[in-house]
Design a protein around this ligand. Structure first.
Ligand code: MF3
Ligand code: CO
Ligand code: CO
Length: 277
């Protein structure tokens, strides 16, 4: 694998890992912040009776009113601003005239473009009170993301990220989805490298300052296997057990990494606001 200076690289997928400079980091901060603010705004709207399509409308209006562009609209034929993945939906749940109900757990994933830069982030939300096991799954998924992020520093390897995530999930007898991964991003939405959420310490590409990518583990309460629904988007657990996901966009720095999509108001885990029933 080769590293290339992003400022001289073409804005398309080449399979090379791009290294970005200060200007890119500043662009990613603005995009990441808007994506995070969108998820902050949605928190109070996630309650029983709300349609996932209404959540999508709120997100689209919020992003466009602030000068951002929803990256997912027209992306490979997708037509919405967010993905809303409820209960056994692993990812890419399509907003629809579908009401959320008490006890549901839902991932909302938004990607915005600001001045050409992508901010990609997702969080879990509880709809009213949720069962203990659902709460535990969401807690562990967030911990997996943050442990993965803590492993990011120059000289560490991609396999180190996957290993800490897999070890933490499997220690709780949960499983890691292998069919989807994190990704490089910047001016391109899904770029090299793939960020696997499982793996072996000491294996894979070495991390270098200037790399920008997402970490977005999907953790299942049951088995790791995934099926795709007939709409061509919605991925579900094959055994129909619950699945959870959290995502941040990050950049590798000399010291470690910078998270571009942190909630400016500290709503890092909206799922934990709910009572356990
Ligand atoms: N935001 C998702 C990701 O984390 C991608 C969604 S693509 C879409 O990479 F087209 F389904 F929106
Ligand atoms: Co992503
Ligand atoms: Co995303």
């Amino acid at each position: 694998m080769t590293f290339v200076d992003a400022s001289n690289a073409p804005v398309r997928y080449t399979g090379e890992i791009k290294l970005y400079g200060q200007e890119a980091f500043e662009g990613m901060r603005r995009a990441g912040r808007l994506a995070a603010e969108c998820l902050d705004m949605l928190t109070e709207h996630v309650r029983p009776g709300v349609l996932t399509q209404e959540i999508d409308d709120l997100a689209r209006e919020f992003v466009t009113e602030r000068g951002g562009t929803p990256a997912c609209i027209f992306y490979r034929g997708y037509r919405h601003t967010v993905c809303t993945s409820v209960n056994h939906v692993v990812c890419h749940g399509v907003p629809a005239k579908k009401a959320l109900k008490e006890g549901d757990i839902v991932n909302i994933d938004v990607t915005v473009i600001v001045d050409g830069w992508h901010g990609d982030t997702s969080r879990m939300y509880s709809v009213g009170g949720v069962k203990r096991r659902a709460m535990r799954l969401m807690d562990v998924t967030y911990e997996c993301l943050m442990k993965g992020i803590e492993a990011v520093k120059p000289g560490a390897r991609l396999g180190d990220i996957g290993a800490v995530i897999q070890e933490h999930a499997e220690r709780q007898r949960f499983s890691v989805v292998e069919a989807f991964c994190g990704h490089g991003l910047g001016r391109i939405f899904h770029d090299a490298p793939n960020i696997l959420h499982f793996g072996r310490r000491g294996h894979g590409e070495r991390l270098a300052p200037g790399m920008i990518f997402t970490i977005e583990p999907m953790i299942n309460a049951g088995r790791k296997d995934v099926s795709l629904m007939a709409d061509g988007w919605t991925a579900v657990t094959r055994d129909r057990t619950l699945s959870a996901q959290y995502e941040h966009s990050i950049g590798v720095t000399e010291e470690g990494c910078e998270i571009f999509t942190l909630s400016p108001v500290g709503r890092h885990t909206p799922h934990s606001d709910a009572p356990v029933i």
